[in-house]
Write a protein that binds this ligand. Structure first.
Ligand code: NFE
Ligand code: MG
Length: 511
């Protein structure tokens, strides 16, 4: 029996520790610990509600647009204007947010996860004229190995020429992400922490020149997704086919739905299990357990609208700053895989067509999607679906049309804002009193996926995905980091500890 400790897990956002107890070459127990602590929700108390979309974006530089979206949906509801958002306002919100989805999914595959599969150091032997590869070669020749090593060794399977092609795409992906940011800024003002999405709609009207410029650049991103990103994911899946059998999670999935369209949500909401029969989402069934989290609070498993945040860093049963969100008391995984499965189950033709194409290409059954490869494939498919939809949505804009519903801020009000965020299901809960924020809670995607055990002792999705995994080489536990990264965790988003008077909660040595 041996415990493998990976602390911090690199190439994710934020600070995550994974402990895995290995016996006879198989993981028997796993612990996922959010080691970062920070505060946001209490900062909001007593403030003008319109500050919330601006301040909650500071939770994270990777998915600020998701927080702006959830926060704004919650305020639309609290202000009772959710049904008055003009079409141009709704569409432009979706375009701004869609840019962030594309950027985030490309970031995750190339700059965070791909280095687990592609030996970028092969670029050192490159003899061609590709400017990106030559820049990478020069970078390596200076001994700048930081993003690439140290790393686990012994399971890089691509030959040198394919590794170099993939490395060229790694370099190209930086440019694609920059372009996605630029695209977002056209309607959103800037990235990160855009200023375009506000309660009532957006701040930028649709103009003909903006529409043309946006569409032209969006098509460049779509070209990359179709011709580079998706084929690269399929190449990794072919060479690392065993990863369709590694990393199965809890087997139950949750989607809040995302991107409002006239008929509901473009990515539909729901829950789904192994039978692939989706169920309606009932927000009232969401609870957060603190049984194994560093929070003091007699009552466990509260609904987020009543959630409290009382830090207890020395609590002996605790091992994470993350709470443990559950649906119907059961563990659920969120993320692109959850959304693609829910929408596959709901009979969405486009999702069905693309997922079936991936399964056919790799000769896999739908059950194999609950795996490391399934998460990567679902993310790439979702990236394409959202990018293609954006090219349609933009044509719904009426240049010069209204983008904002004027309104008063009520003294009292309550709202919940649910959205798909790149990493999963994101919810913001707000309550107003005296015209200011009285209570605010965020339950974010990585809180679901990287959660610790709950009050019933059930491990969270990432913990369950690691448990039962055979480890080939305990000195190089590739399997564990590949599983964790397939979830695209963001601990910066996931943890919100607050200390109203600046009390010290604990001291941490970062090694
Ligand atoms: Ni910090 Fe986030 C996303 C949100 S997180 S990246 O996507 O919301 O878990
Ligand atoms: Mg398992």
């Amino acid at each position: 029996m041996r415990t493998i400790v990976i602390d911090p897990v690199t190439r994710i956002e934020g600070h995550l520790k994974i402990e895995a107890v290995v016996d006879d070459g198989v993981v028997k127990e796993a612990r996922s610990t959010g080691t970062l602590f920070r505060g946001i929700e209490l900062i909001l108390q007593g403030r003008d509600p319109r500050d919330a979309p601006r301040i909650t974006q500071r939770i994270c530089g990777v998915c600020p647009t998701a927080h702006a979206t959830a926060s704004t949906f919650a305020l639309d509801e609290a202000f009772k204007i959710a049904d008055r958002i003009p079409t141009d306002g709704r569409v432009i919100r979706n375009l701004i947010f869609g840019c962030n989805f594309i950027q985030s999914h490309v970031l995750h595959f190339y700059h965070l996860a791909a280095l687990d599969y592609v030996d970028v150091t092969m670029v050192a032997g490159y003899e061609g004229i590709d400017p990106g590869l030559l820049a990478a070669k020069e970078f390596l020749s200076r001994g700048e190995l930081g993003p690439f090593v140290p790393r686990y060794e012994g399971d890089y399977r691509f030959p040198a020429d394919v590794s170099r092609t993939l490395a060229a795409h790694y370099v190209q992906a930086f440019e694609i992400r920059r372009k996605a940011h630029e695209l977002l800024a056209m309607f959103g003002g800037k990235m990160p922490h855009s200023v375009g999405i506000v309660p009532g709609g957006v701040t930028q009207t649709a103009e003909v020149d903006l529409i043309a410029a946006f569409l032209w650049r969006l098509n460049e991103l779509r070209h990359f997704i179709d011709n580079i990103y998706i084929p690269d994911v399929l190449d990794v899946a072919r060479i690392y086919g065993d990863y369709a059998e590694i990393g199965a999670g809890c087997g139950e999935f949750i989607s809040y739905g995302g991107f409002p369209v006239e008929t509901g949500r473009f990515l539909g909401p729901g829950t789904i299990g192994a039978d692939l029969v989706p169920a309606e989402l009932d927000v009232g069934r969401i609870t957060e357990s603190i049984a194994h989290s560093w929070y003091a609070d007699g009552e466990d498993a509260l609904h987020p609208s009543e959630g409290r945040t009382a830090p207890a860093p020395t609590k002996s049963e605790g091992y994470s700053w993350l709470k443990a969100p559950r649906y119907d008391g059961r563990v659920h995984e969120g993320g692109p895989l959850a959304r693609m499965l829910v929408n596959y189950g709901r009979g969405n033709d486009q999702v069905k067509g693309l997922i079936d194409h991936v399964l056919g290409t790799l000769d896999l059954q739908p059950a194999a999607l609950n795996s490391v490869l399934g998460r990567h494939a679902a993310r790439a498919v979702e990236c394409k679906i959202v990018a293609d939809a954006m090219a349609d949505w933009i044509l719904d804009l009426v240049p010069g049309g209204p983008v904002y519903a004027p309104h008063e801020i009520p003294d009292e009000g309550e709202g919940v804002g649910l959205t798909a965020a790149p990493r999963g299901a994101l919810g913001h809960w707000v309550r107003l009193k005296g015209g200011v924020i009285d209570h605010y809670q965020c339950v974010v995607p990585t809180t679901w996926n990287a959660s610790p055990k709950d009050e019933r002792g059930n491990p969270g999705p990432i913990e369950q995905a690691i448990i039962g995994t055979p480890i080939k080489d305990e000195e190089n536990p590739f399997e564990i980091v590949r599983i964790v990264r397939s979830f695209d965790p963001c601990l910066a988003c996931a943890v919100h500890t607050i200390t109203p008077r600046g009390r010290t909660l604990g001291r941490f040595v970062v090694s």
